[in-house]
Design a protein. Structure first.
Length: 325
């Protein structure tokens, strides 16, 4: 099997011990490893993929903790850099009664934003590898340039690029800056995953189908549109497929979308997806891939945290045998 490389933020999520109250009213938290690219890599690794993370951590206790947790999840951390110039990023989360979240981030800057393009080894990538990234670390920083170099390098080898915007507006000085960065990098991806909460913001289009079709620009060959508990839809240039979600008792939606992506990319790695066969593979295997990804995301919501809440592959496969919502 080829390798997944996830590039971007790795941080500590501080999860509240209380639900149903605003972040300012939370009195106690528990720490959990997180960061969307790390969550995706951990999910794929847990299901059996070879997965690596490209990032930078502070030379601090939180960085030590994250390295250990990633390694325990089966993620290769060989290419993680450390620094004394900034601390490891932190995110404080509050949970509503339905498991939805509110965030407050501590990173001005955090260590991940200091990963430079000179620290990306283009020789890492091989034909058939997948590079996955999000928008959180596309703020103006050395890390933004590191993304550009990694994307170029993996494409030059014939690898696949996956992008989940994963919008987190509190991390941006201006919402329009966030939108512009997403629209700059989106055409560089072959596969785009976008949620129902993000679609209109990113595209500026209210009509759902028109908005989704507008994402087919540049190298984009496929768009996966997630709708939370209602499942997901897969669009290729000529056709679309829908897969309903699963009924679970959601406790915390943190990392659910990342677990979805990890399950999706695990299957694409298994099937040796590359840009030249991506559309045909998705057309042929869409039902299996979407069902696994939906089950992966759903089960993650039944526990707190992201990496710590990731289900075993056997549990995902068991849920796949159950009835949809």
């Amino acid at each position: 099997m080829n390798r997944l490389y996830a590039i971007g933020e790795v941080l500590i999520d501080f999860i509240p011990l209380q639900k149903g109250c605003a972040l300012k009213d939370v009195s106690s938290f528990e720490r959990a490893p997180g960061g969307a690219p790390a969550n995706v890599a951990a999910a794929a690794a847990k299901y059996g993929a070879r997965a690596s993370i490209l990032t930078k951590l502070g030379r601090d206790a939180f960085g030590d903790f994250l390295l250990e947790e990633l390694q325990n999840a089966g993620v290769d951390t060989t290419h993680v850099k450390r620094t004394d110039e900034a601390n490891t990023g932190l995110a404080f989360v509050s949970l509503k009664d339905n498991g939805e979240r509110d965030f407050s981030f501590y990173r001005k800057p955090s260590a991940d934003l200091l990963l430079s393009e000179n620290e990306i080894d283009a020789a890492l990538f091989q034909a058939g590898d997948i590079l996955h990234f999000g928008s959180v670390d596309l703020v103006d920083s050395p890390m933004k340039q590191a993304h550009r170099k990694a994307i170029r390098a993996v494409k030059e080898t014939g690898g696949l690029v996956s992008f989940d915007p994963n919008v987190r507006l509190p991390l941006w000085n201006d919402a329009e800056d966030c939108r512009r960065a997403i629209l700059e990098f989106l055409p560089k991806a072959h596969l785009v995953k976008i949620s129902d909460e993000e679609l209109a913001f990113i595209t500026g289009i209210q009509d759902e189908e028109t908005a989704i079709l507008s994402l087919f620009r540049g190298d984009v060959q496929a768009v996966v549109y997630t709708r939370g508990a209602h499942g997901a839809e897969l669009y290729t240039t000529n056709v679309s497929y829908a897969a309903p979600g699963f009924r679970v008792d959601a406790q915390d939606t943190t990392g659910a979308g990342d677990a979805f992506v990890g399950g999706l990319l695990f299957h694409l790695l298994q099937k040796e997806a590359v840009p030249s066969n991506l559309t045909s593979l998705l057309d042929e295997h869409h039902a299996e891939i979407l069902r696994f990804a939906n089950a992966s995301g759903a089960l993650t919501t039944t526990n707190k945290g992201a990496i710590s809440a990731l289900p075993e592959k056997s549990a995902v496969e068991a849920l796949m045998q159950s009835q949809y919502v």
